[in-house]
Every structure is written in C-alpha cells, then in structure tokens.
Design a protein around this ligand. Structure first.
Ligand code: NAI
Length: 319
C-alpha cells in the first residue's frame, strides 16, 4: 500500500463534513479532489473553503505549515466519480446519512478502484457490516467518523468491518495523525460507536433530571459546561477517577459503592416527547431563538470557543 504521506485524497460529497475533511487533508499537504452529485455544490464549497482558510490564517488558527493560498491550491473539483477515484490513495465518503445512498456509492467505487486505496465513510451511525456488505474490496473499507466541527474537534472514531484488514486500520490511523486529528480505534462495531454511546448516556440522564424537576434545563447545561466539561476537555472520565483519589484502585475502593447506589436509581430510557420536550425547547429558545440567524450566530460563537480551546490544548501539550 502507498505511504500515507503521499498521494491524493478524494472527498465524495462536498457539504459541511466534506468541506472540513478537504481543509484538514490540505493542511497536511495532501492533494484533494472534491466530487459532488451537484456540480454547483463543488463550486460553492471551493469558494467557502478558500474564504474560511483566509479567515483562519488571519486569526492565526490555520492548521499545517502551508499558507492558506498554498493549501487552497491543493484542492480541486472533479466532475465524475471515476475521474475523482483515479489514482487516489484515500477516498472519504461524505454524502447524507442514508444507507441505500451510501451503499450505492460504495458499490460504484468498488467496481472502479484498485486494491490499494482505502474506502472510508464519515457515517455517524451506520454500521460497517451493513455499509460495506457484499463489496469485493471489504478489506480496504473502514468508517472514519469525525466530530462536528471536524476542523476544531480532532477526534475521529475508526470502526472496521469484521473483514477490514489490520493494515487498512493502521494506514487510516497514520493518515489521521498526519493531518492533526486524534484517531481512536473502536475494535469491534457497535451501534452508536463510542462517542454517541457516551453522549446518549449523558443526554438520557440530563433528560430524566429535567423531567423529574430536579434541575432546570439551563442549570442542567451549566452542570456540564461549568462543571464536568471543564476537565473533560483535557482528561477523560477514567483519568478523572484516577486523579480524584490516590489512583484508580483507591478511587474504586472509596467510591464504587456510592456509584453503584446512584446508578441503580437511574430511570428508564426517555421518550423525548410530550411536556418535557416543550419545557426544554422553551428554555433553549430563551437562550438561543431557533431561527436560522440566531442558530448560525451561536454556532459561530461555539466554533470560536472551540478554536481557542484547541489552541490552549496545543499549548498545554507542549509544556
Ligand atoms: P451535507 O448534507 O451537508 O452534505 C452532503 C453532500 O453530499 C451534499 O453536498 C450533497 O449534494 C452530496 N451528495 C448527495 N448525494 C450524492 C451522491 N450520490 N454523490 C455525491 N455527492 C452526493 O451532509 P453532512 O452534514 O456533510 O454529512 C455527511 C456525512 O457525515 C453523513 O454521513 C453524516 O452522518 C456524517 N457526519 C455529519 C456530522 C454533522 O454534524 N453534520 C458529524 C459527523 C459525521
């Protein structure tokens, strides 16, 4: 297989996630070809990417060692999937979350690729065993699930099909590292992968606490943003346990009984409807009205926060 430091990367689907991947690969010095079923979408994406790269350069947040202009010139559009796939070493699929659509694209790619390229899907929740079922090149297939916005949140979950070759996982892992992302290996496929399983566990208990009138929706969010979240940006829940006592063994010795007592009181899976959704929605709309302008402004603020947090994390790592 080709070295992950060279070769062309192809992005299939140039929407939100496709654009972010294109920027990340260009920041690592890779040539990127963008393909979309809507040619106008590629033109718009190229324009947005160049504008965003300039902005990031001006604010000192552009990734990689090349200038915005140099990175921009590495990305080009492509009119057919065949032309895009030719000579590629990594193909990152980023079309909408629809199993039939994704399967159709992988079946199409399966017929035109050689045995060297890695076929990777950005899917948030489709399992590799259904996505890549029946393909000739299954060994070269993998899910590389990014977190939105991928340019500012580096985690990528790598999830193999049961027949994915270990070399495909290793190569994708190395490629993700090369573009500054933070890959994790999910050893076996599981619904929700790792990130969404954790996220849904948190959402579920958040919902129950609000539903039972224990805390208000806005206070619930503060428990995370001004409490747990402050350290979770730097250390995970397991290291938090390790540091919150004299090591992990001491933590389990001291706190396992209490944890189990509390965990036994957790309620059933919420249905996320009815009076509670009204209550939560009302509180969220007071904070951020749900019209496109307010939502976009708040997302922009969130991305600015993430950008600064990413800078802080880099500084803290280099100490
Ligand atoms: P999007 O809707 O912004 O972009 C999808 C793009 O695919 C559009 O430009 C569309 O024209 C194009 N497309 C549709 N059919 C196509 C075809 N047959 N061939 C080529 N291009 C085609 O979607 P988004 O948000 O970028 O999501 C893409 C994937 O990334 C989905 O699987 C999603 O689950 C996953 N993902 C999304 C995240 C998010 O927060 N938006 C986070 C992590 C993963």
């Amino acid at each position: 297989m080709a070295s992950p430091a060279t070769g062309e990367v192809v992005i299939i689907g140039s929407g939100l996630i496709g654009q972010s991947w294109a920027m990340l690969f260009a920041s690592g010095g890779f040539k990127v070809k963008l393909y979309d079923i809507e040619p106008q979408q590629v033109t718009n994406a190229l324009e947005k990417i160049r504008k965003e790269m300039k902005f990031l350069e001006q604010s000192g947040s552009l990734k990689g060692s090349l200038s915005a202009e140099e990175q921009g010139s590495l990305i080009s559009g492509c009119l057919t999937i065949q032309a895009a796939a030719e000579g590629a070493m990594h193909i990152q699929e980023c079309v909408p979350e629809n199993l039939e659509l994704k399967k159709k694209i992988f079946a199409q790619l399966d017929q035109i690729i050689d045995d060297k390229v890695v076929l990777s899907s950005s899917t948030s929740c489709l399992l590799p065993s259904s996505l890549f079922a029946g393909l000739v090149h299954t060994k070269q297939c993998i899910v590389a699930h990014p977190v939105n916005p991928p340019y500012h949140v580096p985690l990528v979950e790598l999830v193999p099909h049961p027949e994915t070759a270990p070399a495909t996982v290793d190569r994708t892992y190395a490629l993700m590292r090369k573009i500054g992302q933070s890959p994790v290996r999910v050893m076996k496929e599981i619904d929700g992968f790792a990130l969404n399983r954790l996220q849904y566990a948190v959402i579920s208990e958040a919902w129950r606490l609000v539903e039972e009138g224990i805390v208000s929706p806005s206070d619930l969010d503060l428990v995370m943003s001004d409490g747990l979240g402050m350290r979770y940006a730097f250390i995970g829940p397991l290291e938090t346990m390790h540091l919150n006592a004299e090591g992990m063994l001491s933590y389990c010795d001291k706190y396992s009984e209490g944890m189990q007592r509390v965990l036994k009181t957790f309620g059933p899976i919420p249905d996320f409807s009815g009076a509670t959704v009204e209550k939560v929605n009302q509180a969220m709309c007071v904070k951020v009205p749900d019209d496109p302008e307010h939502l976009a402004a708040r997302r922009q603020w969130r991305d600015e926060c993430l950008l600064r947090l990413a800078k802080l994390k880099r500084q803290m790592q280099s100490q």
